[in-house]
Design a protein around this ligand. Structure first.
Ligand code: ZN
Length: 379
């Protein structure tokens, strides 16, 4: 029997100023929320969130948060939920705070909501979380029996956040179609636990189309701190469509290579979307994509400001040991790279990673685009 499966959050709310409605939407799912936000995020949205919850007669309890969704951070939140008697946990901020909130909500058997303050990844809508070490190395995916009960994203908050967050989200979302397409071509299943529906694959494609049509203008809007239709389209592509598209359309090589890259200390400090974009570029090489498609992707992502060379993630084609380690990590038996429609070995991944450097440098030079700059991780 072949099952096709699509899963999604119960309610998705997006728009300029919708943070003011957070209490109204939260009151449908709980009466004693625990908010999870780091001090920087709380400094930006704390007053607005407090007012919104007050309007719905909801108490405000906030727990701070570190950098990564580690197993220890999740266990701590579970304790706070238990001692405070909370019935809904709300992850506010970037992907890590949201993933930690989801994981803790699941373990504590309460409901959970995602309130991203930037459109920097497609983590908020999904029924899974990615657990990292304190240093940001990939540890595992954790899968939950349902998606968030609420995803709320205020596009004015997104417009006020640094543009590099939106760049990261675009990198994460561009991978969605490439990986869903590969999953559809192969025999693999998706993170939702079955073969992709036509719907899931189509949503991944719509995300791609909205990004090609709006990404550069959306970045202009964020740099000016304003909300435009292009920004609204990209926020929806990065958050909702990419979220549904990756989860129910399928992950493949790009995210597996991202996970492999996290093992190289040189890449630490880069965003998820930056590393994913090198994964997407490598996937296109690995699958022998038509040269026009590969070149268009390199030109577009260079204009967006995403890395498409080893240099930009702190590596070089001469880093034989590091590239081997990345490729080995990307091809462990349960990685999503094996949903590609052909067998993928670590050897093939090393060759594709090395090839990417020369191809991207040539394409960028032919289009008058800047040479890649070496990324140096801070330690
Ligand atoms: Zn991702």
């Amino acid at each position: 029997m072949t099952e096709t499966v699509l899963i999604s959050p119960s309610r998705y709310v997006q728009g300029k100023g919708v943070m003011g409605q957070l209490g109204h939407h939260l009151a449908r799912i709980g009466s004693k929320p625990l908010l999870v936000a780091d001090d920087v995020v709380w400094g930006i949205v704390g007053d607005g969130v407090t007012e919104a919850l007050g309007q719905a007669d909801l108490p405000v309890a906030r727990e701070s948060f570190g950098t990564f969704a580690t197993a220890a951070a999740v266990d701590h939140l579970v304790e706070v939920i238990g001692s405070g008697g909370h019935d809904v946990i709300v992850g506010i901020g970037g992907g890590s705070a949201i993933d930690a909130a989801k994981s803790a909500g699941h373990l504590a058997k309460i409901r959970w909501a995602s309130v991203p303050t930037a459109a920097s990844s497609d983590a908020p809508t999904s029924a899974l979380a990615v657990i990292y070490t304190e240093e940001g190395e990939f540890v595992e995916y954790r899968f939950f029996p349902h998606n968030p009960d609420l995803v709320l994203i205020d596009t004015q908050v997104v417009a006020s956040a640094p543009a590099r967050f939106l760049v990261a989200g675009i990198g994460d979302a561009l991978a969605t179609w490439l990986e869903a397409r590969a999953t559809q071509r192969g025999q693999g299943s998706t993170m939702a636990g079955g073969r992709p529906t036509h719907t899931g694959t189509a949503l991944a494609r719509l995300s791609w189309e909205l990004l090609w049509g709006n990404a550069l203008e959306a970045l202009d809007a964020v740099r000016a701190g304003v909300v435009t239709p292009a920004l609204e389209a990209v926020v929806e592509a990065n958050t909702l469509l990419s979220g549904l598209g990756f989860e129910s359309g399928g992950l493949a090589a790009a995210h597996a290579i991202h996970n492999g890259l996290t093992a190289a200390p040189q890449t630490h400090g880069l965003t998820h979307g930056q590393k994913v974009n090198l994964g997407s570029t490598t996937q296109l090489v690995l699958e022998g994509a038509p040269s026009e498609e590969l070149e268009d992707f390199i030109v577009f992502t260079t204009r967006v400001g995403l890395p498409n060379t080893l240099t930009e993630v702190g590596l070089s084609p001469d880093d034989t040991a590091e590239l081997r380690a990345v490729a080995e990590a990307a091809t462990v038996p349960d990685e999503t790279i094996h949903t590609m429609p052909f067998p993928v070995t670590a050897d093939l991944v090393v060759d594709a990673l090395v090839a990417v450097e020369g191809i991207s440098r040539r394409v960028r030079s032919e289009h008058g685009l800047p040479e890649p700059e070496l990324y140096v991780a801070r330690h």
